[in-house]
Design a protein around this ligand. Sequence first.
Ligand code: PLP
Length: 387
Amino acid sequence: MLQSIDSTSQSQYIFINYALITVYSLLLIRRGEVKGAMRKEFLVFGSPLIGEEEIDEVVDTIRSGWLGTGPKTMRFEREFAEYLGVKHCMAVSSCTAALHLAMLAADIKRGDEVIVPAMTFCSTANAVIHAGARPVFVDIELPGMTMDPADVLRRITPRTRAILPVHFHGRPADMDALRTIAAKYNLLIIDDAAHAIETRYRGKKMGHLADATCFSFYITKNMTTVEGGMVATGRDDWAERIKVLALHGMSKDAWARYSDKGYRHYEVVEAGFKYNMTDIQASLGLHQLRRIEMNLTRREEIWRAYTAAFANLPLALPPSPLPTPATAATSLRSGPRRTRRLIATASCGSSTKETSAPACTTRPFTCIPSTGKPSGARREIIPMPRR
Ligand SMILES: Cc1ncc(COP(=O)(O)O)c(C=O)c1O
């Protein structure tokens, strides 16, 4: 599959980028958002939408005197669990931490193999390595860019313990196929839903399709706590173990230190990690969560505008991420960030060192990977600004 992408000529690729970014610039000019071809102000990569509610909540937390893990983190966990409709949610310091803890709760260890998609951020595979196991990469399917179930089948060995699908840019992986494979070969499923907080698969929210699901609240994600993550699971034993491991390996009674139930004696039952979320982070998360569906609706409007504007261009547009009766899927997480980067680069110079996107080396309006040779599905991605 990737071979056929590589055969696309580079000049065609540059032309497509040129055409799309020109169209986008014209749209902005028409809407009066820019006065000429160049932006005056620097486009900040991944700048989040922070409301007055978040600011007030952070100030309230600071004034309360309880800045670390405490009542607001617990409220955030409860509200996130209610949003997803899952039994347990544990707030942690990042999605990377969430994935690592999920691996350990699954008892994945040295000698085990975990199947991960080749198209993802490095932490998906790093979490497997941190657990002592070996990540086994499988190809992705286009156009969704999620794990190819046929390739998963080819990579299963007697050492395979789990499948780790990534719902890339919010498009859900083919969970029907992956769950069938997992059931047949007795494998666990741990979801990387870093991009997929609002994603629905056949009408179900994330957190219902895997043994554990991990979310990211990093600054560029659809909601942010600056840094932060969450593990959702319906399994009581996993929830308990993740809580213990996330806080130094201290027995679960240690969490009572953070509640109004007062101090309780606790034991350190194993060598855990310092992966807890603070109340300052949770203060942001509580209000970001309340706006998540509203922001999704806004991105859907933007999606429609781009789809209409590009309808007559000689391009293969990505399939609609909007829910249809057939797919009952999905969110519109689609990577707005990389086009923001292209435009920022074209207009103002490079704004980011994001490593998973090709490095723009020429200006204006062209994007050539630093190797000079585009590779893989990245060549196909022309993401759009979302505001
Ligand atoms: C697919 C994927 N998984 C995991 C992560 C890691 O998230 P965090 O930065 O919260 O550890 C990211 C971050 O960009 C990601 O894109």
